[in-house]
Design a protein around this ligand. Structure first.
Ligand code: WQD
Length: 326
């Protein structure tokens, strides 16, 4: 099989490419390099620079590389930015997907894995979020992911395209330092940044209805997440006619305070956090039920929060060599 990995030069996409090639699949990266980095694409994997909004280029790429499956990760993913720029997010994430699907179905490519998000659930009021928990996104970003799932599923029904929408929970860690996340928009890198700038890490609110008052999330190692893509791709390939929707998490909640304590221990900075007011729109608790993916694909996360923080820190130190303490 040859898999076109859109967004394959991004943090998560590059890990998917790595996992796919390690599993013996051929990968072709399609990325507009707006946030992706060409150096993340390994030697021997072709890189096509372009947008999924460019239908003719997608069609040419599918034909030239004899693509037999798609893993679609290209898109915009900043929740806050999506509130400011909803039209941009709908264009990139929904119209970009629609144009891609048009080319994919016209070419008769049979399998499509879609990168979705726990953001489709919004503020879930349950202990463990199952795929049956009602979707009620609270940001344009989450809306574009839910609309994307609908588009993918409807296209599958109409054309026989076999589909899987993977709802990622909170992704962290790296397979190796050079593939690390370069963004500073999630908890772990934000804590690294504070510590290495000689500032106290911040807890955005400690008055939530959770055991220690801070928000609880389900952190998933990017290496495990990438393996889940391989498992989904293989399932689609093995039996056409699939329409899967799957949470990808560990099924275990970790609080913000716990995460910051662990980051302090791993980095050696040992700087106590300060508590600031709540960040608007943060749900108290978002933890996956990972039962469906275990049953459907036999996939289960292997790595833990410690693995995530240690590997993410190695990546951070590579990008900021002065960050390491003696
Ligand atoms: C985690 C927790 C913060 C920084 C978002 C998107 C989601 C997905 C992943 C997309 C929250 C708290 C953070 C800090 C803190 N995105 N925090 N101090 O908000 O759970 O999920 O990213 O692809 O759709 O919503 O992740 O890492 O921003 O925050 O207290 O310095 O850490 O309030 O409770 P979030 P996050």
């Amino acid at each position: 099989m040859t898999w076109l990995v859109t967004g394959g030069a991004g943090y998560i996409g590059a890990h998917v490419v790595r996992a796919m090639t390690e599993a013996g699949e051929r990968a072709v990266v399609y990325d507009d390099l707006s946030t992706g980095v060409a150096e993340r694409v390994p030697a021997g994997v072709p890189l096509v620079v372009g947008s999924t909004l460019d239908g003719p280029l997608v069609s040419r790429t599918l034909a030239e590389h004899a693509v037999t499956g798609i893993v679609h990760l290209a898109g915009k993913k900043q929740v806050g930015e999506s509130v400011q720029l909803p039209l941009h997010y709908y264009r990139e994430n929904v119209e970009g997907l629609r144009v891609l699907l048009e080319a994919v179905t016209a070419a008769g490519v049979p399998s499509f894995v879609f990168s979705s998000s726990a953001a489709v659930y919004g503020m879930p009021d349950v202990d463990l979020v199952t795929e049956e928990t009602p979707c009620a996104p609270i940001s344009p970003y989450g809306e574009t992911k839910l609309a994307g799932e609908w588009l993918v599923r409807a296209t599958g029904r109409a054309t026989g395209l076999s589909t899987a929408s993977l709802r990622y929970f909170n992704v962290a860690g790296t397979a190796s330092p050079e593939l690390a996340d370069t963004g500073v928009s999630n908890l772990v890198p934000m804590v690294f940044e504070r510590l290495t700038q000689d500032a106290a890490p911040r807890i955005f609110g400690d008055d939530y209805a959770t055991p220690d008052g801070t928000c609880v999330r389900d952190y998933i190692h990017v290496v495990d997440l990438a393996e889940a893509h391989v498992a989904a791709a293989h399932a689609l390939q093995a039996s056409p006619g699939h329409a899967l929707t799957l949470n990808i998490g560990r099924g275990e909640g970790v609080s913000v305070r716990e995460m910051i304590d662990r980051v302090n221990a791993v980095t050696g900075y040992d700087r106590p956090p300060t508590v600031t007011p709540r960040r608007p729109g943060d749900p108290a608790r978002v933890v996956a039920s990972a039962d469906r993916i275990a049953a459907e694909l036999g996939w289960k996360a292997k790595l833990d929060v410690q693995d995530m923080i240690v590997s993410a820190w190695e990546g951070w130190v590579r990008q900021h060599p002065q960050a390491a303490l003696d």
